[in-house]
Design a protein around this ligand. Structure first.
Ligand SMILES: Nc1nc2c(ncn2[C@@H]2O[C@H](COP(=O)(O)OP(=O)(O)O)[C@@H](O)[C@H]2O)c(=O)[nH]1
Ligand SMILES: [Mg+2]
Length: 438
């Protein structure tokens, strides 16, 4: 499944501010229903389009944040969760409506949350043709209503803004230019394996256990191959039989080890092998078998580095929390994909079993797929162990990371934990290549 690295733009504001009108203006079609009846946008509407200076973008049109009913509360939470994940939050304000209502609760909510979760924000003041008429009784001018909004909102100094009649199709190019100028695309792109220094071969160690789907490889494995091929780095693919490798009989495990050693020797006969990239679950075996002069790291660590935009040090620091785990502490394992779980699943079986042995009495819990606990719920955990995140967007992971930071909970990763479980030398070894990159 190819995944395009799209920017995500979210449209927020109160009911009837003109959010859906803005969405339709951008997409030049009736993507969203625009209607004076409050609450017309039932849930989050999403459209994909190409914006000249930005490339492919996903635009989210959300429900008004001031909807009252019980259902309104549900929509509200969804909208706020979306706000934590966008590259750019577009706050739509009808300044006349906001001024006449006498409160800016919705607007300040959007502005505060975008600041809190580190999202970029811009404001579009939707100026209707009849703005003057609507203001007549109040005696205020249109400029005063805009100024009222801007000066009352925290975070609005330095926030780009524009005044525009969104109902006029002719205003689309001005809107697009404004969005481009708000620079939603300032996201860091990172290299998959930034520390490779030569064209010496890399060995990908893929044990293909019972969990592995037949007929294809996993996304991180494919990504590594594509990356290395593009660099012109030769790749060795190798599958160890982990049952044999871990066998209690030393003649059996030695046989497996020799087979691996001779393959390593054959692909590295000229320049040597520069890196062994392994499935995290085989780090116990690879940690013993890969000679010290060859770098060693895991697919899961590579993925969390890429998906987090180079934020691997955060996940590495999180490992320190594992040393401090005590009986009764709660640990959350977060797995972003919802695959079938069979016998030896890493997240539900391997890590919990090994953790139980290493830290007796620790309580391990799980969260799967798109679900992720609220800040309050997260605060109850001593540490969160996240998968490589290969099935979620960088935005979603970044939203999770900021929520964890707000909750004050350390976060680490499958590959880091499995290495930590093998001891401090192995943990140090799998992180070393990443530390050494300039
Ligand atoms: N007062 C006024 N309202 C307008 C004008 N043009 C459009 N509207 C209304 O503004 C509302 C905005 O609609 P919509 O985009 O659905 O708002 P949303 O709830 O933020 O998605 C609609 O009810 C339109 O009928 C105008 O010139 N003056
Ligand atoms: Mg709407």
């Amino acid at each position: 499944m190819p995944r395009v690295d799209r920017l995500v733009l979210g449209i927020f504001g109160r009911i009837n501010a003109g959010k859906s009108t803005l969405m339709n203006l951008l997409t030049q079609q009736e993507t969203s229903i625009v209607d004076p009846a409050p609450g017309t946008t039932a849930d989050i509407k999403s459209a994909i389009m190409e914006i000249h200076g930005l490339g492919p973008v996903r635009i989210l049109d959300t429900a008004g944040l001031d909807e009252g009913s019980g259902l309104g509360e549900k929509k509200r939470r969804k909208t706020l969760a979306a706000l934590e994940e966008v590259d750019l939050a577009i706050l739509v304000i009808d300044p006349v409506q906001s001024f006449l209502s006498g409160n800016l609760e919705v607007e300040s909510g959007v502005s505060a949350l975008s600041r809190k979760s580190g999202r970029k924000l811009c404001a579009v003041f939707n100026i209707h043709a009849d703005a003057g008429e609507r203001l007549e009784a109040s005696g205020a001018s249109l400029e005063e209503t805009v100024e009222y909004c801007r000066s009352s909102l925290l975070n609005m100094t330095g926030t780009p803004h524009i005044l525009l009649d969104l109902s006029r199709p002719g205003n689309v190019s001005e809107l697009v230019g404004f969005i481009e100028d708000s620079e939603p695309s300032e996201r860091k792109r990172v290299e998959l394996l930034p520390f490779l220094s030569t064209r010496a071969p890399v060995l990908l160690h893929i044990p293909l256990d019972e969990e592995s789907p037949s007929g294809r490889l996993l996304r991180p494995q494919e990504m590594a191959m594509e990356y290395l091929l593009r660099l012109g780095v030769p790749i060795g693919l190798y599958r160890t039989d982990l049952k044999l490798a871990r066998s209690g009989s030393s003649s059996i495990s030695e046989g497996e080890r020799k087979r691996f050693g001779s393959f390593l020797g054959s692909i590295g006969s000229d320049e040597g092998v520069q890196l062994v990239l392994t499935d995290s679950q085989a780090i116990d075996v690879m940690g013993r078998w890969v000679p010290e002069d060859i770098s060693l790291t895991t697919f899961s660590i590579m993925m969390i580095h890429a998906t987090s935009g180079g934020n691997l040090p955060l996940f590495a620091r999180g490992a320190a929390a594992l040393d401090g785990l005590r009986e009764g502490d709660r640990v959350l394992i977060a797995e972003a994909c919802n695959h079938d779980r069979i016998a030896e699943d890493i997240g539900t079986v391997q890590i919990p079993e090994k953790l139980a042995r290493a830290c007796p009495g620790v309580r391990v819990e799980h969260t799967f797929g798109r679900e992720f606990p609220s800040q309050e719920e997260l605060a109850e955990y001593s540490v969160v162990i996240h998968c490589g995140g290969c099935m979620i967007s960088a935005q979603k992971l970044s939203a999770r990371v900021s929520r964890l930071a707000l909750a004050g909970v350390p976060v680490t990763n499958y590959g880091i934990v499995l290495s930590w479980l093998e001891g401090p030398e192995i943990l140090e070894r799998v992180l070393k290549p990443w530390r050494e990159q300039s």
